[in-house]
Ligand binder design. Structure first.
Ligand SMILES: Cc1cc2nc3c(=O)[nH]c(=O)nc-3n(C[C@H](O)[C@H](O)[C@H](O)COP(=O)(O)OP(=O)(O)OC[C@H]3O[C@@H](n4cnc5c(N)ncnc54)[C@H](O)[C@@H]3O)c2cc1C
Length: 485
């Protein structure tokens, strides 16, 4: 089944416990912090459900599902998956990092390589198929909360700061603690919980992996401040109002997880292997790069339009800056396509995007995105702050003539100019924009972690062989010949 937007919205009307601004959210679908992003995600579901968008496929079990859940079996499948993910990314201009396709890729990766889950592998298969066939929105929290990063999980000052197993029962486990940072969790159906940071001996109680519905008793969400709330018009903040996914600290107040939802229980090796031996991490990151590629294209479009509007695109210096943006965008897209082209089939027949190219670009992402934003900042100048405080000044009879007269470009009226510059501000300067810089820098781990992935996955045989071959092509000059000369 492929859900439509209404079915998605209806599925969120439950007993989830979200605390924001001192209150509990009664209905997430109508709350001002969440209704904008819920509408945007509902649009994605409508898009996928419309057969003309070609996002539906027949699964290996004969069911109909969204292609974002596909286990790719060939390079062609990866391309099919990329086109479906791109459709969704375009609908959010690449600004929804945790749309439902992200964790769908992880679940597909887990199910395609079940052996790492040992005795729990049937649970993994069953949940993947359930999520796929019910078209569920699953998000994840896989990072322990920041308390003391120099200490292992079991060395923290209290036992249940990171989420861990409190009790094992005949029918399941009870977990306590917390985990960061559930992007879109508040507006999703299920949460996948685990730990991707390295665990050490003694951390067994935290070496877990499970799923749970968002309205499970004892699960509490503490989102950061909303960037959509208090913003009256989409026109003023087009991204903040529509794409603020929210990020939540998740608290597990003695939450019961039935065995059928447990994937790993107190097993450090399986906790690690589920991410790195299975294709989950590469499929999830492949989705993230497809989204990033769309986002950067969108930002470049904004830069091009702004320079055209202001007439600065005629300056060679500005063309040079636009050229740098073009190089950055083409690098991201090229690496994405190279990772697809150079994919390999694993022993279970899953097509894995090449880790060399995938993590090669992931390892540069913090710099690429920061550069893109820096160049856009440079190109817009102070124009983004020459805008009125809100659309009210544009419609108020007392002020509107001043705005029309002084905020415009040649051949472009104030409405079009302000609209574009407001969008630019939401990309570079609003709180939403700042959060996106943090997101692109950290969503996949701190920069030193992602560059570690690039280091481990490059494959140094080829460059080392090149060097060895060259070094062996010459040697120390003949000593006697030297003396004679
Ligand atoms: C906007 C946003 C959304 C996110 N969404 C999600 C989500 O949906 N799900 C999820 O699970 N997580 C999410 N995260 C969390 C993300 O995965 C983490 O931010 C990331 O893994 C880095 O962990 P940290 O933030 O605790 O930083 P830390 O690990 O504490 O690192 C912060 C800095 O400290 C230094 N440092 C820390 N440890 C070391 C070390 N061992 N050696 C050297 N230097 C070190 C580095 O300078 C590093 O950059 C999100 C994060 C952000 C910012």
């Amino acid at each position: 089944m492929v859900r439509n937007g209404k079915q998605y919205v209806d599925s969120l009307k439950d007993n989830r416990r979200i605390y924001i601004n001192g209150e509990i959210v009664e209905d997430v679908t109508t709350h001002p912090a969440f209704k904008g992003i819920i509408q945007s995600f509902a649009n994605l579901y409508d898009l996928a459900a419309d057969p003309s968008n070609d996002m539906i496929y027949t699964t290996e079990d004969g069911t109909q599902a969204n292609k974002v859940f596909m286990i790719p079996r060939s390079r062609e499948d990866l391309a099919i998956r990329r086109k479906a993910i791109t459709k969704w990314a375009e609908a959010t201009c690449g600004f929804a990092g945790r749309s439902p396709d992200h964790v769908a890729g992880f679940l597909a990766g887990f199910s395609s390589y079940p052996e790492v889950f040992g005795e729990y592998q049937q649970n993994v298969h069953d949940f993947y198929k359930y999520a796929r066939d019910e078209d569920l929105f699953v998000t994840y929290v896989i990072i322990p909360p920041q308390v003391d990063r120099s200490k292992a999980a079991h060395e923290q000052e209290e036992k249940y700061l990171p989420v861990g197993v409190l009790e094992e029962r005949e029918d399941g486990i009870v977990v306590r603690g917390s985990q960061m940072l559930g992007t879109s969790a508040a507006v999703s159906n299920y949460l996948f919980v685990s730990c991707i940071t390295p665990l050490r001996p003694g951390d067994e109680d935290y070496a877990i992996s499970f799923v749970l519905p968002l309205d499970t008793p004892g699960l509490k969400l503490y989102p950061r401040p909303s960037y959509a709330m208090g913003k009256e018009a989409v026109y003023d903040y087009p991204l903040s109002t529509q794409f603020d996914e929210s990020d939540s600290l998740m608290v597990f107040d003695d939450v019961f997880i039935p065995w059928k939802h447990v994937f790993v229980n107190k097993n450090i090796e399986a906790t690690r292997d589920q991410f790195h031996k299975t294709p989950a991490h590469v499929l999830g990151n492949n989705q993230a790069q497809i989204r990033l590629c769309t986002k950067i294209k969108f930002i470049i479009g904004v830069a091009r339009k702004i320079t055209e509007m202001g007439g600065t695109d005629k300056f060679p210096q500005v063309q040079e800056r636009l050229g740098e943006l073009a190089s950055l965008a083409a690098t991201v897209e090229g690496m994405l396509l190279a990772s697809e082209y150079e994919c390999t089939l694993d022993k279970n027949g899953t097509a894995r995007p090449s880790a060399r190219f995938l993590f090669g670009i992931v390892g540069m992402q913090d710099q690429v995105y920061a550069n893109v934003i820096k160049i856009l900042r440079e190109l817009v100048g102070g124009g983004v702050l020459q805008m009125p405080s809100s659309y009210h000044e544009m419609v108020n009879p007392e002020t509107r003539d001043d705005i029309r007269q002084y905020i415009r470009a040649s051949g472009v009226d104030s409405e079009a100019r302000i609209k574009l510059y407001r969008l630019a501000w939401d990309i570079i300067g609003s709180e939403f924009a700042g959060r996106h810089q943090q997101y692109e820098m950290f969503y996949n781990g701190a920069p030193f972690v992602v560059r570690g992935h690039a280091f481990r996955n490059y494959g140094y045989n080829e460059p080392l062989e090149l060097v060895e071959r060259f070094l062996s092509s010459y040697s120390l000059p003949d000593k006697d010949a030297h003396v004679q000369s």
